[in-house]
Every structure is written in C-alpha cells, then in structure tokens.
Design a protein around this ligand. Structure first.
Ligand code: EPU
Length: 340
C-alpha cells in the first residue's frame, strides 16, 4: 500500500540518528505504486526528491523541504542459472546483508566480502558500495527503476550505470530523476575468492578453511572490531572517500611518512587511506559537541547522542581543513549531505 505522509520525522530513517523532518515522505511497495503516487498527486513532481534506503549514507543538515521516496520493494527472483553463473533480481527494499547471507547459504560467490554493510539493495548501485577488495559494480549486470519525468520503467546495463569509486550515474546525472526498484546481480557458481585485503586470510584461518561461510565470518568480525554499530552510536560508515592523487604527490608524502598506507589505482594514481591521514593529524576520538571521530576508525564520524547534522558537519569541516593544512590533501565527503 502506497503511503504518503506530511511532516515526517526521519530520525529512525538515517543511521546518524539526526532528527530532521521531511515535508513529504512516500513509502512504496512496487513500481506501480510509485507511478500511481505521482499520477494521483501531480504537485509532487515539482518538489525536490530524495530516494531513501536505510539512510546509511546521508547527513541531514536541516529539515528536508521536499519528497523522500522510500522503496520497500521486496522479492528475490532467479533470472537465469548457467554452468558458471547465476543471475538474481533483488527488490530495492531488501536488506543488503540478508541478500549476502542468502547468497552465501546458496554457495554463490561474489558478494561475501560485502557482508554486514548496512543499507538496502536500492542504494547499492547508487553508491557503488565496496569493501575488502570488492566493488558492487563488478557484480551488477542490470539496474531497473522508474524515470520520474516520464514515469516509465527503465533498465540500465552495467556499462550505462557509469560506475566509479563510490559513485554512479544515479548519484550524478540521474540524481533526483531515477528511483531504483530492483538490481540484477551476476554471481559465480564456481569458487572464486577475493582475499587480497591485508589481514583477511589470517582472520579467515581462525575459522577454518577458505570457504564462503568463513569469509563472511571473518569480514563480519573485522567490521565489528572497527566500525561502530549505528544502534549504539549513529554513523554512516566512512565519512570521507579515500583521496586518489597523482603518484608523485603520494611519493613525496611517503618520503615523510614511510608507514602511510597507499594503494595503486591504474598506472599513475594512488589512493591514500583517509583514515590514516585523519588519525595522524590527531583527530581520533576527538569531539565537537555531541559529534566525535570514532576512536577505533578515524574515517568514521559518530553521533555520541543528540548530535545535530550541523555539529557532525562542522566536525567534518574541521577535520578536512586540518588534513589539508597538514598534508596538502583535500578530503572529499563520501556521505551525501542534504540541506543547508
Ligand atoms: N587507518 C589508520 N587509522 C585509522 C583508520 C585507518 O591508520 O583510524 C589505516 C589502517 O590501518 C589501514 C588503512 O588506514 O592501513 C585503511 O583502513 P581500513 O582498512 O580500515 O579501510 P578504509 O580505507 O578506512 C575503506 C572503505 C570502507 C571499507 C574498508 C575495507 C572507503 C571510503 N572506505 O575504508 O568502506 O569497509 O576500506 O575495505 O573507501 C564505507 O564506504 O562506508 C566503508 C566503511
């Protein structure tokens, strides 16, 4: 049943736990409901729009003067089963980690390194989630959704989605105008593991042989040891992206700080660990009002209780200004900031 509410409190709908209010909030169970809602409330087309999953990558700075669309579309359907691959279409409202658990139970390889990432399936292509050497884009074969201007269903193949590091067409050109309704994933039936992330193999070996179940257990234990549970301290995972810089910039910094973690990207660029920069700049565990830099992972900002979006944002600005001053590296936010 389509549900449209006025003045809707979003505190439970963003993992920072910020008390923002949306002018309109629409929850839909199907594509038809979404189309029906716009056809029967034509004024909605003129409002700014935001598609909400579990709200695990959003920071509200103020109330939202527009329409929040929350796809609660359920359903998992096997599209095709071949010798080496299986394709599965998953509703945008399915909890990402329940889908990962389901794949692991079925013996399908690909998503296990992305265990325990908070959020719903609909946000996965938007953000191109990634962790422990795997990016969702390598597993997505198709994204289906509704184009808001035409109210028609559109399907985009992987190429058309223009995936990048924590970005996609849905975050850029199609922002506000496309609501993801389902995602088709291509998983491997044959064993295929990605184990290059430092420290992953030793953690897996604590659970036994290398298999899907043990990889999932290892990833969950690594994440739980570093990342705060949003139910305890509101947070949105990594607040900043890891900056990608030219190799010569990384080399000069490496001369000063030989221990600085760097990861090659292509042939002449290097990704630097933002968490390390923030940590080295002395921000780990520091607070501003009710917001703080997490004491176990400096890339994560937390709500210690009752923080406003403005407080968290101001802390992020102080962190970024200091990193710029100390290392001459500009940090870019990964979290989507809404309002002003
Ligand atoms: N580090 C520090 N101090 C810190 C944090 C990190 O020295 O406070 C060092 C670590 O020791 C390590 C390096 O920085 O050598 C990288 O840290 P980590 O492995 O924890 O990963 P990350 O670069 O901070 C990225 C993703 C995470 C993902 C992990 C694991 C981004 C922005 N973040 O974090 O994704 O889970 O790698 O693959 O790419 C997210 O996007 O929300 C997220 C949690």
């Amino acid at each position: 049943m389509q549900k449209l509410y006025d003045n809707f409190l979003l505190k439970e709908f963003n993992t920072f736990g910020v008390s923002a209010v949306a002018k309109h909030y629409l929850a839909i169970d199907s594509s038809d409901e979404l189309v029906g809602a716009f056809q029967s409330n034509i004024q909605l087309i003129n409002e700014s729009r935001l598609s909400l999953g579990a709200g695990s990558n959003l920071l509200f700075l103020s109330d939202y003067d527009g329409l929040i669309i929350h796809p609660l579309i359920e359903g998992i359907r096997i599209v095709s089963e071949q010798k080496y691959h299986v394709e599965v279409e998953v509703g945008a409202g399915i909890k990402w980690d329940s889908f990962v658990a389901w794949c692991v139970d079925n013996g399908w390889h690909g998503v296990e390194n992305l265990s325990l990432i908070p959020g719903d399936v609909g946000a996965v292509p938007v953000q191109n989630i990634g962790a422990y050497g795997v990016e969702a884009s390598s597993l997505i074969s198709e994204v289906k959704g509704i184009d808001i201007q035409s109210l028609k269903e559109i399907s985009l193949d992987r190429e058309a989605c223009k995936f990048g590091y924590r970005t996609s067409l849905f975050k850029e050109k199609l922002k506000e105008n496309f609501i993801v309704t389902s995602v088709v994933f291509r998983l491997s039936v044959q064993p295929h593991f990605t184990l290059k992330y430092e420290g992953l193999e030793p953690t897996i070996s604590q659970y036994g042989e290398i298999n899907l179940q043990n990889i999932r257990k290892a990833i969950i234990s690594i994440r739980e040891s570093k990342l705060p549970d949003p139910k305890v301290f509101g947070n949105a995972g990594s607040f900043f992206k890891n900056p990608v810089v030219a190799e010569n910039i990384a080399t000069s910094l490496k001369n000063l700080y030989p221990e600085m973690p760097v990861y090659p990207v292509g042939t002449d660029q290097v990704k630097i660990a933002a968490g390390w920069l923030i940590d080295k700049a002395g921000w780990k565990g520091r607070s501003f009002g009710n917001a703080a830099v997490h004491e176990k992972q400096a890339l994560v900002l937390i709500n210690k209780g009752g923080a406003t979006g403005q407080e968290i944002f101001r802390l992020s600005e102080m962190v970024a200004e200091d990193v710029l001053q100390k290392f001459d590296i500009a940090l870019e936010r990964e979290v989507q900031v809404v309002g002003n």
